[in-house]
Design a protein around this ligand. Structure first.
Ligand code: PMP
Length: 383
């Protein structure tokens, strides 16, 4: 049955990427895999904007987050987590599990990190060894300004590493690890990279590698130094998800055919179409324009509307899969993914589906097609 996946990951996978996964199995310690691993790693370096090695781990994005923590944070280290949603909170849980002394700076769920507040917090909290942040907070649809965060770190706490979860940002929003002074970037295969879930990517800066050498946290499967050592021989330390590596290889090849600036502009256009369309139909945007994510949009329903009923109708009658809210937003919001293998026309579908499902649940949609028209107008203006 035909289904349209409009959730913030996993995202639709292009046919050639799916086909790549059906290739025969090979020796993961043989020359063929070595060539693929080198090619994929090099392309990931370009995507992340780093000259440093990017580790490819078998595991989901959370494995990459855990790897960053396990390799960089020793028990008792003071760390600061910037928390503005479910994935910010995940850093709190992981750092706590690794015995860090965890300080949390919460910021409102409708906006990004305020650099001034961060500066004040760092001044009040001396000795922070690492700042954990979320590039694109998938639970709210906020895109953080990583450059601003790194600049505050430079001024106030230059020894603190900036550790970034870009699981739902990398590929859809600009990111330039070395130029921006980021110390760790974590991502995964199943979001803007248009491949199935199964691989996490972790890049460390030069000084993060130095920190990793002296870190006293326990690690084995996620030991990044082991990955780096084996990479020099063209291998991963443990058997990798070879089929997902094939998929990522093909997906990165497809991505390379679109200039990065065009890719980012396409994501921004999709964002603006979805925001204009849903707003015209009476949905309330969760996030102010300047922090609005180019990869996921969250909206509150018009008064009196049961958002879970809208999701059910969209799925059962229209075959469109939307996400609901997570954590304290469960049952309260609709989230629409617009990243990776997606086009502006897909956004017309998504807005139409949300509009039709809304009307079906008895909500007063002022005029059918109003949201679609608003989304089309954004597209027309942008040409
Ligand atoms: N961080 C962000 C921002 C995410 O969107 C996700 C996935 N929804 C994760 C981390 C966790 O990734 P995974 O589910 O692959 O472990």
């Amino acid at each position: 049955e035909k289904q349209e996946l409009r959730i913030p990951g996993p995202t639709p996978v292009p046919p050639s990427v799916l086909r790549a996964m059906s290739r025969p199995m090979i020796n993961h310690r043989g020359p063929e895999f070595k060539a693929i691993l080198a090619r994929v790693t090099e392309r990931l370096q370009r995507l992340v904007g780093t000259e440093q090695y990017v580790a490819i781990l078998t595991g989901s994005g959370t494995a990459g987050m855990e790897a960053a923590c396990a390799n960089l944070v020793s028990p008792g280290d003071r760390v600061l987590v910037l928390e503005g949603g479910v994935f910010g909170h995940r850093w709190v849980e992981i750092a706590t599990a690794f015995g860090a002394q965890v300080e949390v700076m919460e910021y409102p769920w409708h906006t990004g990190v305020d650099p001034q507040q961060l500066g004040e917090r760092l001044r009040e909290t001396p000795g922070v060894r690492a700042i954990f942040t979320t590039h694109n907070e998938s639970s709210t649809g906020v895109l953080n300004d990583l450059q601003a965060i790194a600049r505050v770190r430079d001024q106030v706490a230059p020894d603190a590493l900036v550790v970034v979860d870009s699981v739902s940002g990398l590929g859809g929003a600009p990111l330039s690890m070395d130029a921006w002074g980021l110390d760790a970037v974590v991502s995964a295969s199943q979001k803007c990279i248009m491949a199935p879930p199964g691989l996490a990517f972790v890049a460390l800066s030069r000084r993060a590698w130095q920190r990793a050498e002296t870190s006293r946290a326990s690690r084995y499967y996620l030991d990044l130094a082991a990955h780096r050592r084996m990479f020099e021989k063209g291998q991963t330390p443990w058997t990798p998800a070879v089929s997902v590596v094939y998929a990522v290889d093909e997906a990165l090849d497809l991505m390379a055919r679109e200039a990065p600036e065009e890719r980012f502009a396409r994501h921004r256009l999709m964002r603006d179409m979805v925001r204009a369309g849903l707003e015209a139909d009476g949905w309330e945007l969760m996030v102010e324009d300047r922090f609005a994510s180019p990869t996921v949009t969250a909206v509150r329903p018009p008064a009196g509307v049961d958002v879970e009923a809208v999701r059910r109708v969209a799925l059962q009658e229209l075959g469109v899969v939307f996400s609901g809210g997570q954590g304290r937003l469960a049952g309260q919001i609709l989230r629409v993914g617009h990243m990776g293998f997606a086009t502006p026309l897909d956004m017309i579908n998504a807005v139409a589906a949300a509009e039709m499902a809304l009307a079906r649940t008895g909500a007063p949609v002022s005029a059918p097609g109003k949201g679609v028209a608003a989304a089309q107008a954004v597209w027309l203006e942008r040409q």
